[in-house]
Design a protein around this ligand. Structure first.
Ligand code: PMV
Length: 315
């Protein structure tokens, strides 16, 4: 039996569109930061007597069965072992808050399943398989900052480490202001966003921002990292509002919190807002400013502060 822990990651440059639905190939590269508070533990065990796979989710959001099967089948086929497996997964992600648990879930599943089948895969290979379940899971294979290269086919779309361990002070503050479950999944959202007339120019801008973000990370420049991430997030959500069928993950709270974060930055506090496929805002900052930010934002909901986290590992 193999048991693995993987952490969630926050996208600093977002993945927001697929060029291939089956293999989860993205329309652009993306950059993430793996964090240290939310994780999934998954164990996979070969069951020689079973006639089908067995999946059990001990708590939290149910990850989708067909996607689990896709990963298990891929690994089973690549090693020619026909046995079925028992998968037990436990999420330590506040699921009601709409925080992405699929990244940690599929990263943990991929490593645990490949080990259970006796495959010794490096992190790059694991990232390609995790990607099939959920694109952002490819980045959760790695600790710290990582990049998922869009590639051109299923074999060259992989993630790799940019900086791990992260040798500078960065924090991500989650404000759990809205506990409703998101109505539009990330896959649905992306498909809609790709109908926006601004989608092609958004892709070009994303390519530029990837280069800028890589430089900002290598310079350890928190302000640049935050400013680029904030602009990137804002334009992803603008894309949604200009889709053929417009939609918006933002709520009144989201807008208010972003306005507060803007005010903080204008007062000289390093605070930058980023939002994924849900209403909750994450604020990028450092340990010096975190308390000041928490004091302003705590009235909006539960606050959690995260530091850079580790890549997938056995537990
Ligand atoms: O990996 P998915 O299918 O859950 O999509 C993730 C989408 C975003 O979180 C909005 C962006 C990203 O790159 O993580």
């Amino acid at each position: 039996m193999a048991k693995v822990r993987a952490y969630t990651n926050i996208a600093l440059i977002k993945y927001w569109g697929k060029s291939d639905l089956n293999w989860n190939l993205p329309t652009s590269s993306s950059i993430g930061l793996t964090l240290d508070r939310f994780y999934t533990d998954t164990s996979v065990e070969i069951d020689q007597f079973s006639k089908k796979d067995f999946f059990q989710q001990l708590n939290g959001q149910q990850i989708e069965g067909p996607k689990i099967s896709k990963i298990i089948n891929f690994i089973r086929n690549s090693c020619g072992n026909k046995n079925f497996v028992k998968v037990i997964s436990e999420n330590h992600v506040p699921t009601s808050a709409g925080l992405a648990s699929s990244a940690s879930a599929f990263a943990a599943l991929t490593k645990a399943a490949s080990q259970a089948f006796g495959l010794e895969l490096d992190n790059r290979e694991l990232s390609k398989i995790a990607r099939i379940g959920s694109g952002s899971a490819s980045r959760s294979i790695f600790g710290g900052f990582s990049i998922w290269h869009k590639g051109q086919n299923k074999d060259d779309s992989f993630a790799e480490s940019i900086l791990d361990p992260v040798d500078f002070d960065i924090r991500v503050i989650d404000i759990l202001a809205d506990k409703r479950v998101k109505k539009i999944s990330s896959s649905q959202g992306m498909q809609l966003a790709q109908t926006s007339p601004n989608y092609d120019s958004w892709l070009k801008k994303n390519d530029r921002q990837i280069d800028e973000m890589l430089k900002a990370i290598s310079d350890h420049d928190l302000e640049k990292i935050g400013l680029i991430a904030e602009t990137n997030s804002a334009s992803m959500h603008e894309l949604n509002r200009t889709a053929k069928v417009p939609f918006d993950y933002f709520t009144e709270n989201t807008r208010e919190i972003i306005a507060e974060v803007d005010q903080l930055y204008k007062k000289g506090i390093l605070a930058f807002a980023t939002v994924d496929a849900g209403p909750n805002v994450k604020v990028i900052t450092n340990s010096e400013y975190q308390e000041k930010i928490i004091n302003v934002l705590k009235e909006y909901g539960e606050i959690l502060v995260q530091k850079p986290g580790r890549g997938v590992a056995n537990v």
